[in-house]
Design a protein. Sequence first.
Length: 171
Amino acid sequence: MIKKAKKILSKVHPDFCFKLINGGELDNLDGLLQSLKEMDDETFYHHVTSNKSDFANWVKDVLKDEELAEEMSYCNDKVHMEKVVSNRMLELHEKIQKQEDLESFEKLLSSKEEKFVKADSKDIKEKDLDKEVKKKFGIDMTNDMHHKVHLVSWGTLVGLIIGVVLGYLIG
């Protein structure tokens, strides 16, 4: 999905640019959004009527974003279309960012795990990992791990007590 999102947001080959009736050209979603903001009504309504949406067709056929094209096909004014395109761009950028953050986090953990195997003093390396992860992602791994261990311990203890009480009552 990330590869597709990047493709949808990227510039198209000049042969596949959208040609506006006023002479302008669009080569990506950002260009479409900016153009919609500045476009006069005559130009917009040349490309969008009750029977067609040239912009939606271009998004579907060239940018290969059927989801956005479907939403755009219901837009009958510039403001609505601007909002739909803007929201879709934001959604795609967020998906890309989340995936990049996840990959960065996994890479960081992987590199730190390799260092742990080679390290003589794990305590020092674990503190370094915790500081780096906290700094980059706002996660306190040590406290989070201690919290999880604490919960599991209490859960086990409560389970044992309940088991003993039930065993006593039933037996």
